[in-house]
Design a protein around this ligand. Structure first.
Ligand code: NAP
Length: 246
């Protein structure tokens, strides 16, 4: 087993996930960055960080498929012998009002955003329990705290992460494992680029800090929560939202 700490970051090659991968890798952690379809983004990020002297591997898998989650964790354990941190960041939106939302739209979002975090956490849990240490960080959203028009599926998935994290946090609190959520507000990534400009202007006008968040600002909160010194923080939500929900 390597001495270097190992983090798995799902959706770790784009957007907020890429910033989390970058922040952790630059802090000296080996990052196993997951991706589902965008192998180019994953290879490019890994190449860039490796050129800086960072240690990064990339792993294809759909977090909505439990067998993929199990396989990715096994790949990382076979390569590195340990998983210290799991960051469940992969997420999608399929925005429609409830009246237009189909059952498939509902399940598509719940499967990736909520079940995906469950599958990944379950896949690493026995290993973390055996080692008596671990950090699990689930990337939720301010929408899970406030709800939003056109996002009943997304909001349900992100609120669900709070309950799942608190319950698991209680189950493993005495085993050296912490489980927390980071709840970003609106962050400048491709997910937010999909929001129509006039809607985005209104959103920004309602953010007390007066701007969108940056992916590295979310990554910083994740780095804080996975630190050795953060062992007394569990079952918590760290909001990074420019004051949207206070
Ligand atoms: N941007 C925001 O304003 C905002 C606000 C609050 C919370 N969040 C949350 O932050 C997380 C990252 O958001 P983002 O804005 O960075 O999104 P993004 O730019 O759209 O990136 C989404 C990431 O998730 C991965 N992914 C999607 N479906 C997947 C699947 N089935 N299996 C594995 N990976 C999958 C993608 O991988 P591929 O590239 O391979 O498809 C990609 O890396 C999400 O959970 C999102 O809900 C975002």
């Amino acid at each position: 087993m390597t001495d270097q700490k190992v983090a798995i970051v799902t959706g770790g090659a784009r957007g907020i996930g890429a910033a989390i991968t970058t922040g952790l890798a630059r802090s000296g952690v080996h990052v196993a960055a997951g991706y589902s379809s965008n192998s180019r983004a994953a290879e490019e990020l890994a190449g860039k960080l490796s050129a800086e002297g960072c240690s990064v591997s990339v792993h294809q898998g759909n977090v909505g498929v439990p067998e993929d989650c199990q396989r990715v964790v096994e790949e990382v354990l076979a390569d590195r012998g340990r998983v210290d941190h799991l960051v469940n960041n992969a997420g999608v939106t399929v925005d429609k009002t409830m009246r237009k939302m189909t059952v498939d739209d509902w399940h598509a979002v719940l499967r990736i955003n909520l079940s995906g975090a469950f599958y990944m956490s379950k896949a690493v849990l026995e290993h973390m329990l055996e080692r008596g240490s671990g950090r699990i960080v689930n990337i939720s959203s301010v929408i899970g705290q406030t709800g939003n028009v056109g996002q009943v599926n997304y909001a349900a998935s992100k609120s669900g992460l709070f309950g799942m994290s608190q319950s698991l946090a209680r189950e493993v609190a005495r085993k050296g494992i912490t489980v927390n959520c980071v709840a970003p507000g609106y962050v400048e990534t491709e997910m937010v680029a999909a929001v129509p400009e006039n809607v985005l202007e209104k959103i920004i006008a309602g953010i007390p800090v007066g701007r969108l968040g940056q992916a590295h600002e979310i990554a910083r909160a994740v780095q804080f929560l996975v630190d050795d010194e953060a062992g007394y923080i569990t079952g918590s939500v760290v909001s990074v939202n420019g004051g949207m929900d206070m």
